[in-house]
Design a protein around this ligand. Structure first.
Ligand code: SAM
Length: 233
């Protein structure tokens, strides 16, 4: 998968080079390029924002640097176009199924808004030649899209075949078909008794059928208590 990120704070994206995604980049499973939007400004002050038409507080990101960035990274006459992902509180809600959808894309281009967001015409312009997806992390307002890009990319990268050490772990996570879209059962490791607290006995029994049944019951119990909306009943 190829990933391009456009931001006015490239250093904010440094964590992409660590941990699991960093290893995927080293192994060549994912290519990530982070671009500074100011590269495409046209004045000595490298201005990226201006006051909103119609008045109101805050500043809006200028369309021209964004237009130039899109044309440079994904030329209109290029052989293929990326899917443009723009984090926005007004976007569709991010979820595991959206992560799965994005993990199937060969090329993702993220545009990080700041201030009051990006001039709306930029998305219309991009939409003339690429799929544009506005995605929200949740019903709260962040200062910029960078944190959203980190969260989205981490969720997406671990679904790319070969990126996770154990391929089964993603397929059995919460929200996956293996748990019928429910929350995963709690997990335990050694020692069997820790500070007087015991691991549920069934997990020590070695009886695979009973363990699977217990995990299923715990998954349903937990989901009913914490996320009844996922049960759909
Ligand atoms: N004026 C915008 C509004 O009320 O919808 C909020 C702009 S916010 C201060 C600046 C940027 O942060 C947005 O353009 C977006 O990129 C990002 N952002 C803020 N909240 C977000 C969320 N819940 N999900 C994804 N991105 C978010």
């Amino acid at each position: 998968m190829s990933v391009d990120v456009v931001t006015i704070f490239p250093e904010y994206l440094a964590p992409l080079r660590s941990s699991l995604l960093g290893k995927a980049i080293e192994r060549g499973q994912v290519r990530v390029d982070v671009h500074d939007l100011r590269t495409w400004t046209g004045d000595p002050h490298r201005t990226v924002d201006d006051t909103p038409y119609g008045g109101g507080p805050g500043m809006v990101m200028l369309p021209e640097p964004w237009g130039r960035a899109l044309d440079a990274i994904a030329p209109p006459d290029g052989p293929g176009q990326p899917r443009l992902v723009v984090p926005s509180p007004a976007g569709r809600r991010f979820s595991q199924s959206v992560a799965e959808e994005l993990a199937g894309e060969p090329w993702l281009l993220f545009g990080c808004g700041r201030y009051e967001g990006i001039d709306a015409r930029v998305l219309d312009y991009a939409g003339q030649r690429m799929v544009v997806d506005e995605i929200s992390l949740g019903d709260y307002v962040l200062c910029g899209g960078e944190v959203a890009v980190l969260a989205i990319l981490e969720a997406v990268a671990r679904l790319i075949p070969g990126v996770l050490g154990n391929a089964l772990s993603a397929s059995e996570d919460s929200f996956s078909p293996a748990v019928d879209g429910l929350l995963e059962a709690p997990a335990y490791t050694k020692p069997a008794v820790w500070r007087g607290l015991e691991v549920p006995e069934v997990l020590l029994s070695g009886h695979h059928g009973n363990i699977a049944r217990w995990r299923r019951e715990e998954s349903v119990r937990r989901t009913r208590a914490r996320r009844p909306d996922l049960l759909g009943d």
